[in-house]
Ligand binder design. Structure first.
Ligand SMILES: Cc1ncc(COP(=O)(O)O)c(CN[C@@H]2CONC2=O)c1O
Length: 502
């Protein structure tokens, strides 16, 4: 916009005054100011401060470590990375190791299939220090497409795949494109992972809530979706898309194939774009909920009338049994998306040049791990199975712990990494929270943190049925510390309930 046009279009509000900071919370972008993201909000900030205090003067606190259960960050809680993945990544990082003169030494440390994988990757990448294609390295996108074909049994085109800085970046790009003005609405689950509400705040679009049914194991029916979209459209909201998180965060429910068909039929009939967040697709602990049904697969299995349904599917290297969150690896696949929109997606992807190459390498490894017959397969399978079984045990144990607490009910985690128990708090606690200017569940969670060092996130950070209170915890603390972890929560809860008993 030229200076003159700006002047004609609206009066220029000069940020700079005669003194003080130019950039302040008064002069900043108001939408940024409006954003909230509880997963790293007040509780984790306090937890970080306590963690620093523990290093300086542990005597003042009645716990010896802060347990960050606020975030699905497995390697922060000492989950081991997958050996084969780190072997390949480290070889890509230091190609000198692949030189012939070093082969004898390196072969003592690295299996042949890791060396071979690194060579193939570097042949297609060049240097991990170079910018890559803005959609991601073609060779890796081809491998992702093959993974999708193997998983679903339907064709996938590498040109429909964008590699991203974690799934977050893909979600933000797609929502940005989908929302034209303040009337643009995106349906999001309540409770939801606050990436969605935060992104909608940033683009000044309308969140359109649909409620998961806690009494039905966080189930979702067509009638709830219909009620939500009808209500929004009646109020002038231009509902354009539906976000489904499957398996769910923070709720852990896994959709059946029939449920997915019902959702696709709804989107088709209501002309709504589907955003399928499937980052927990390998975190499914309840056998009856396996195998994972992707929205892509179910859509392709439905009749011809559904074959124009627009769908974006998201995946990430941060979850599963991998937990490589810090590498920022992820992708999204575009299904039935207008070619002109694909060009727009490429354009905005090119603004940030490319996703980081190490994240891309991790996507390649996640989607194409060692297979039966490969030298590294036995170790890879043993590591993945051990993590998977341990997550399942911890999910069950923590749910049992929560269900044993006075006034607490907790659905099992069918999948994902979290539990979202509902807590019934005494009025005295609710009053005390009010006095401290906190929501009751934040007051409870802060009390838990100060007493035990365990950091969870209040349900208000995810949304919840009005009048109910929840908190979200991961079940990621190391298994050998789990009994102590559960014991500290039980002790805190007893003392809290006694302190505020009506
Ligand atoms: C449902 C869902 N979608 C997308 C993401 C983004 O992941 P990446 O950007 O790392 O790929 C997360 C991360 N889970 C957050 C982070 O940890 N705890 C959470 O609730 C998530 O839970």
């Amino acid at each position: 916009t030229s200076y003159i046009q700006l002047n004609q279009r609206n009066t220029i509000r000069f940020a700079s005054t005669k003194h003080g900071k130019v950039l302040t919370t008064e002069t900043m972008h108001p939408l940024v100011k409006s954003v909230e993201y509880a997963v790293r909000g007040a509780l984790p900030i306090r937890a970080e401060a306590l963690s620093q205090q523990l290093k300086k003067d542990p005597s003042k606190l009645n716990f010896d470590r802060v347990v960050f259960c606020n975030i699905g960050n497995p390697q922060q809680l000492n989950q081991k990375p997958i050996t084969f993945f780190r072997q390949v990544a480290s070889l890509c990082e230091n190609p000198e190791l692949l030189k012939t003169e070093n082969r004898a030494l390196v072969s003592k440390l690295y299996p042949a299939d890791a060396i071979a994988r690194a060579q193939v990757l570097l042949k297609n990448i060049g240097s991990v220090g170079a910018y890559s294609h803005s959609k991601g390295i073609t060779h890796i996108r081809e491998n992702v497409a093959k993974f999708i074909e193997r998983r679903d049994g339907y064709a996938a085109n590498p040109e429909d795949i964008f590699l991203t800085q974690g799934a977050s970046e893909g979600v933000q790009k797609v929502i940005q494109l989908l929302t034209q003005n303040q009337q643009s609405g995106i349906m999001i689950p309540i409770p939801q992972y606050p990436l969605y509400s935060a992104t909608l705040s940033l683009v000044d679009a309308a969140p359109v809530p649909y409620y998961l049914n806690e009494s039905q194991a966080w189930g979702l029916g067509r009638e709830e979706l219909q009620k939500s979209v009808d209500e929004a459209r009646k109020n002038g909201v231009d509902v354009r898309a539906l976000v489904i998180i499957n398996p769910g965060n923070p709720t852990g429910q896994c959709l059946s194939e029939e449920n997915i068909k019902e959702i696709i039929r709804f989107c088709h009939e209501e002309r709504i774009v589907l955003l399928a967040d499937e980052v927990y697709q390998t975190n499914i602990y309840q056998p009856e909920r396996r195998p994972f049904h992707s929205f892509k697969k179910v859509l392709k299995s439905m009749g011809p009338e559904y074959q124009e349904q627009e769908l974006f599917s998201f995946h990430s290297t941060s979850k599963g049994m991998i937990g490589e969150c810090g590498r920022r690896g992820g992708y999204f696949e575009c299904v039935n998306i207008d070619p002109a929109i694909m060009e727009q997606l490429y354009k905005i992807s090119s603004i940030s040049l490319c996703p980081n190459v190490h994240g891309q390498i991790m996507v390649d490894l996640m989607t194409n791990p060692p297979v039966e017959g490969d030298e590294s397969y036995p170790q890879y399978k043993a590591e993945v199975d051990a993590i998977f079984q341990s997550l399942g045990r911890r999910a069950t144990k923590l749910a049992q712990c929560f269900n044993g607490l006075e006034g607490v009910t907790c659905n099992d985690a069918e999948g994902a990494m979290y539990l979202f128990p509902q807590i019934t708090l005494p009025n005295k606690a609710i009053e005390a929270a009010k006095k401290d200017g906190m929501t009751p569940d934040s007051f409870y969670a802060m009390g838990m943190l100060e007493a035990t060092g365990v950091c969870v996130i209040p349900g208000s950070g995810f949304g919840q049925e009005p009048g109910t209170f929840h908190f979200r915890s991961t079940f990621l603390p190391e298994e050998n510390l789990f009994d102590k972890f559960c014991g500290s929560l039980e002790d805190f809860h007893k003392s809290f309930m006694n302190k505020y008993r009506d």
